[in-house]
Design a protein around this ligand. Structure first.
Ligand SMILES: C[S@@+](CC[C@H](N)C(=O)[O-])C[C@H]1O[C@@H](n2cnc3c(N)ncnc32)[C@H](O)[C@@H]1O
Length: 347
């Protein structure tokens, strides 16, 4: 890693400027009649042709973000700069991307801060790279590892499209993290590491060497078996704090007049997060007082989890008939109470 100080010309390009009037080179999302979306990059003399007519780019240059412009056919378009989440969801994908809901949580659990030195692997389509680059800011540095050159190319193109040029504080290394990490960064020089790959446990030793004491590793995995395997591996190294894990579910709501309810559809599963902090060399954390671990199981445990043992006993026919009678009695009682209440009000 270079110790070269960050200077003006090494700052990320401001093409991803998030506000101000539209300028040449800006991407603009146009929502047309019936909600149809068009994304254009503004250029002098540029035109958008649809079957509703023509919209000249000049009509947008210099106007404020959030303006409404009219095409030649009289159709109106709402013009907005795409947000980062809009961009990542529509950009070309080589590998599956980290969704915005998980990216936000990764930034929080990894505690990514402006000025941080962050390592990520694999880079895939570059979705997480974009969030990390934004979070480390101009004074930070991101080093992304990807073993597939073709995926790295997709990621680089996506990041360049978003920022308008390749951010000077971003390095993409093509190679396997286990071999490439020690060749690229110094021991104990990295603040945060994010692993989004099939087998993160294979990289934990290399990550432990690269992380600074107190640094954070976050693993993003798709399945419960991967989650358990990486957690157990991290524990066996004795080099990290006890790992924590979570899953983020975001349920959208429809809020319109009196129709206020959860959306019918949601992205139910993407992945799990697991995070831990690097201990100082030689540090042995004070032993936590815990109840006996259930991480391994015996025949006795299996017996304990049978429905009878956990109180979920199978009901006999006789018992069931008794419950039906009880339920009917309760319903009859409720009916009588309601009738008495009505009589009382009528008097
Ligand atoms: C799910 S994708 C990452 C997606 C990415 N985080 C994004 O948001 O676009 C996983 C990537 O990890 C890469 N990969 C897997 N193991 C790796 C390793 N040991 N070193 C480097 N890259 C690895 C794969 O080639 C794949 O592109």
């Amino acid at each position: 890693m270079t110790d070269e100080p960050l200077t003006e010309n090494r700052m990320p390009h401001p093409a991803s400027r998030p506000s101000g009037p539209f300028r040449v080179g800006d991407r603009v999302q146009l929502t047309g009649p019936k909600g149809r979306l068009h994304t254009i990059t503004l250029r002098p003399g540029g035109e958008l042709h649809t079957h509703h007519g023509v919209l000249r780019h000049e009509q947008l240059i210099g106007v404020p973000d959030g303006s409404v412009v009219e095409g030649s056919g009289g159709h109106e378009y709402l013009a907005l700069r795409p947000l980062l989440r809009d961009f990542v969801m529509s950009m070309p994908r080589g590998a599956a991307i980290v969704y915005p809901k998980d990216a936000a949580q990764i930034l929080a659990e990894a505690d990514v801060f402006p000025g941080a030195t962050v390592v990520e692997a694999g880079v895939g389509s570059g979705a997480l790279s974009l969030w990390l680059l934004r979070a480390v800011g101009a004074s930070g540095r991101l080093v992304s590892f990807e073993r597939r050159a073709d995926f790295a190319d997709v990621a680089k193109a996506n990041v360049e499209t978003f920022f308008g040029e390749m951010p000077a504080n971003w390095d993409v290394v093509v190679g396997d993290l286990v071999e490439a990490l020690p060749e690229t960064v110094g021991a104990a020089s990295v603040d945060r590491v994010v692993l989004d790959m099939l087998a993160p446990w294979e990289c934990i030793d290399a990550v432990a060497d690269a992380l600074t004491p107190g640094g954070v590793v976050v693993c993003y995995v798709a399945t419960a078996t991967q989650l358990s395997r990486v957690a157990e591996y991290i524990r066996t190294t004795g080099l990290f704090t006890e790992p924590d894990a979570s899953e983020t579910m975001v349920r959208g709501w429809h809020v319109e007049g009196l129709a206020v309810r959860p959306d019918h559809r949601m992205v139910a599963h993407t992945g799990f997060l697991l995070w831990a902090r690097r201990l100082a060399p030689g540090a042995i954390p004070p032993e936590r007082k815990r109840r006996a671990s259930k991480s391994s199981y015996s025949d006795e445990d299996v017996e304990l989890w049978t429905p009878g043992a956990v109180g979920d006993r199978e009901i006999t026919d006789k018992n069931l008939r008794k419950r039906v009678r009880e339920a009917r009695r309760a319903a009859e009682g409720a009916r009588q109470a309601a009738a008495a209440d009505e009589d009382g009000r009528a008097e």
